[in-house]
Design a protein around this ligand. Sequence first.
Ligand code: OXD
Length: 320
Amino acid sequence: MLRSRRSRPVTVLCTARMQPHHAELIRSCAAEVDVRVVRREEAEGHLPDAEVLVSWAVPDAWVERAPRLRWVHVTSAGVDHLLGGALWRSAVLITNSRGIHATPLAEHVLGWLLMFARNLHVHVEHQRQRRWQRDEGGQLAGSTVGVLGLGAVGQEVARLCKACGAQVWGMRRRPRPTPHVDRVVGPEGLQEVLRRSDYVVLTLPLVPSTRGLVGREQLEWMKPGAVLVNVGRGGLVDEAALVEALQEGRLRGAALDTFAFEPLPPESPLWGLPNVLLSPHVAGSFRGYMDRVVELFCDNLKRYVAGEPLRNVVDREAGY
Ligand code: OXD
C-alpha cells in the first residue's frame, strides 16, 4: 500500500457497477483513499467531495457539482459520448479503459468472418427449418480483410485473420508498418482498401473525422459481394445506405455490433435482413470485464497518488 503525503484522503466516487471486492481493491491502493461505490442516482450527494470519478457517462451537471474533481476514469474504451460535454471542456484529466477489449472484440469479429466465409449463418437457418441443403461455403484463407483502424483491436483482428491465412490490409491515421498487416495505408487509401477487400472491418473510434466514413459512395466502392463488419460505432456508417446495399444484394452481408441508435429500434429493417448478423453492443464485453477495469484503474490510482503520469490518458484533440 502506498503511503501518501496528502492532507486529506483522495475521495474516489464509483458509479460503475462494482462488487464489494472491487471497492476493497481500490481501497488497498493507498493509505488515504476514501472509496464510495454508489448507484448513479445517488451520486449527487457525493459529488462535492469527489476528487476522482469512475463512471461511464458523466452528465454536465455532475461536473458543475464537483469542484474538487481532478480525474475521471471512463469504464469504456470509446469516449464519443463525452465529446463536447462539460467534462470534455474542463481541465479534468480523463482516462479510458482501452486495451482490455482487444481479445473479445477480435474473437467476435473472427467468429462473424468465419460464419460468412463458411456460410454457417445459412446452415443455422436451414437447421431451424429441418432443411438438408448442401450450399458450399468459401474460405477465409486466401481472402482479403481490410481493417479500418489499427489500434489494439484492429491489430488483434489482423493477427487472427493472418493466422487463418487471409491477406490483411489496414488503414490508420498515420500509416506505418504494423504487425500482421500486409499493406497499411493512410486515410487517402480508403478507396483502395474498400475496392480490394472481401471483408471490411471497422475498428475505429467515432470522432468528427470518422463520422459517416462509410457513406453511400464508400459502400459503392466496396467489392460486389463483400461483407461489412462494424464493431466501432454506429455513427461510422450511413445506416440507411447500408440497408439499401444489403437489400439490393450489392453487399453479401453485414455483421454489426454498434448502431446509429442504441438499443436498435424494433422497427429497424436490420433486424429482419437474412444477410445481417447482429449483436447488441456486446462485442467488447466479457465476464470479468469489471475486474480488468479495476485492475487498470488501481494501477493508475497508485500512479496518481505518487504523482506519476497515468496510463490511457484520453487525447482530447484526437478524440480518443
Ligand atoms: C467500449 C465499447 O467503448 O465496448 O468500451 O464499445
